[in-house]
Each structure stands twice: as structure tokens, then as C-alpha cells.
Design a protein around this ligand. Structure first.
Ligand code: SF4
Ligand code: MG
Length: 283
């Protein structure tokens, strides 16, 4: 069985020292090892942004795609070879701005894979512009007088779209984050894990200290029931989405692969898809 070190490669991340994305990378590697995976059983598909580089830093199959398109690629990988454990990853700009249409439909499609968003509430790679997750009043080069747009709450949208697994964590809490990724991998359907992952270079408001002061860990909330969708939505609204832990899980809904006709026998990658002349007659 592979150890988490076997999910490392020799590529040195070029993230800024202190960037939250380092811990997300470590958590994915630990969760993969704890799940009993070998590197050749894992595929990490990423979009564009600082966080999008993560697929190049993990010893597994990987593809660094285009902006906002990690999910179409990752879903295709999973449907072609469902024996793979597939993780899609990227930032809040990637997944909740240009890629939001894909995010909503991947959630409601419920293919068995995990989507990890590194949410730093800013565009880091392009040197600090307002993202859909930036707070109102947030000043950047693109909003010098402060953002006047409403901050997006992607986890509320996910619950509305029929999500079967919604979790949130903080890159400083490696233990919780690793555990949630393991649970996401085990979940039979689409798991969304949003991770507060501070950008230490361009976001001087939502810092590590700011998150520590504002996060409410669901483990400290008595009687919180992650199978209760209404309670999950209420808690997100009450806390301005600042909760961490397993927010909602629906184990009853079957994954897309289990419902689509003719998909059960074996992965496409193992099927002979060569057409014979009689196949053409049927067209
Ligand atoms: Fe991380 Fe921000 Fe540096 Fe990008 S710019 S690597 S998000 S700290
Ligand atoms: Mg971002």
C-alpha cells in the first residue's frame, strides 16, 4: 500500500511561501494514502489559477486543463475509466466564476468524484483582483473603491442544486481537511469540498488569523445533523458560510454511473468500441 510520500513527485511547487495551497496538496496526498490508493489509481484534474498547478505536484495521473473547465475533463475521465479515483481541483475564480455553470451541473449530475476548491477570495495568479467570493467592500486593483457586488455563497447554491456531499475546511486544519477528503473519496457520488486557503501575497484581509477568528467548526455545534438539508442551509445562512466540517451528505441518492443505462458492465476504457459493418446498418 502506498504511503503519502509516494504521492509526492520531484516538482517543487512555486507557490508563495505560506500559501494555503501547500496544505491542500499535503491533505490530498495523505487522504489518497489513507484511502489505500496507489498513485496509478488516482487522477487529479485542475483548472487555471495558482491552485491549478496542484495537478503537477502530485504523483498520480494529472491534467492541468483550461480556465474553469476542470470539471468537464474530470467527469470525462471518470466516465471513461470508473476504476480511477478522480479529484478535480482549482480556485474560487476558476470554479465559481468562469466555471460556475459546470460546477452546478456537475453537482446535479452526481458522478462519483471529488471536487476540491481552494478558496482564497481573490484572483491570485493574475496578481489580486476581486473574485465572486470576495467580500463586499473588498478593495483590489479591479475594485479600488471596494467591491459593490454580493459575495457568492457556492455551498448554498450546491445544496439548492441537489448536492449529495458538501463540506468545507481550512488549510490550517490538516487533520480535518484530510479526513473530509477521505470521506469525499468514499462518498458514492459528487463530493464538493471548499477549502479556505489564504493568499498571503494579495489578500491582506482574509488572513490565517481572520479565518481562525471567524470559522465555526461544526464539531462544536451540538446536535448538528449533516443529513438534514434544511439545517445545513440554515447554518450556512446564519454564519455567512463560515462553517467547517461535513455540512451535508445524502447517501441515499445513487450516482450517475449507477443510474445510466448500459453503463454497469465495465468501464468504457475496457470495452471494444470498434464498429462493425452491421453496426452501421443499424444507424
Ligand atoms: Fe498562493 Fe496567493 Fe501566492 Fe498564488 S499569489 S501562490 S494564491 S499566496
Ligand atoms: Mg482565488
Amino acid at each position: 500500500m502506498a504511503t503519502f510520500k509516494e504521492f509526492r513527485n520531484n516538482v517543487k511547487p512555486n507557490w508563495c511561501p505560506g500559501c494555503g495551497d501547500f496544505s491542500v496538496q499535503a491533505a490530498i496526498q495523505r487522504a489518497a494514502a489513507n484511502s489505500g490508493l496507489e498513485p496509478e489509481q488516482l487522477a487529479v484534474i485542475s483548472g487555471i489559477g495558482c491552485s491549478g498547478r496542484i495537478s503537477g505536484y502530485i504523483n498520480a495521473y494529472g491534467l492541468h486543463g483550461i480556465h474553469g473547465r476542470s470539471l468537464p475533463i474530470a467527469q470525462g475521465v471518470k466516465l471513461a475509466n470508473r476504476d480511477l479515483t478522480v479529484i478535480a481541483s482549482g480556485g474560487d475564480g476558476d470554479g465559481f466564476a468562469i466555471g460556475m455553470g459546470h460546477t452546478i451541473h456537475a453537482i446535479r449530475r452526481n458522478i462519483n468524484m471529488t471536487y476540491i476548491v481552494m478558496d482564497n477570495q481573490i484572483y491570485g495568479l493574475t496578481k489580486g483582483q476581486t473574485s465572486p467570493r470576495s467580500s463586499e467592500g473588498f478593495k483590489t486593483k479591479s475594485t479600488p473603491e471596494g467591491s459593490i457586488e454580493t459575495t457568492l455563497s457556492p455551498l448554498e447554491i450546491a445544496l439548492s442544486a441537489g448536492a449529495t456531499f458538501v463540506a468545507q475546511s481550512f488549510s490550517s486544519d490538516l487533520k480535518q481537511l484530510t479526513s473530509l477528503i477521505e470521506q469525499g473519496i468514499q462518498h458514492e457520488g459528487f463530493s464538493l469540498i471548499n477549502v479556505f486557503s489564504p493568499c498571503v501575497t494579495f489578500n491582506k484581509v482574509n488572513t490565517y488569523d481572520w479565518f481562525k477568528e471567524n470559522i465555526v467548526n461544526l464539531e462544536s455545534v451540538p446536535d448538528y445533523d449533516p443529513t438534514n438539508r434544511i439545517q445545513a442551509m440554515t447554518k450556512l445562512m446564519e454564519t455567512n458560510s463560515m462553517i467547517t466540517g461535513l455540512i451535508y451528505q445524502n447517501k441515499a441518492k445513487r450516482s450517475y454511473e449507477n443510474l445510466v443505462t448500459g453503463f454497469k458492465e465495465q468501464p468504457l476504457v475496457h470495452q471494444d468500441l470498434t464498429l462493425s459493418e452491421s453496426d452501421f446498418d443499424k444507424l
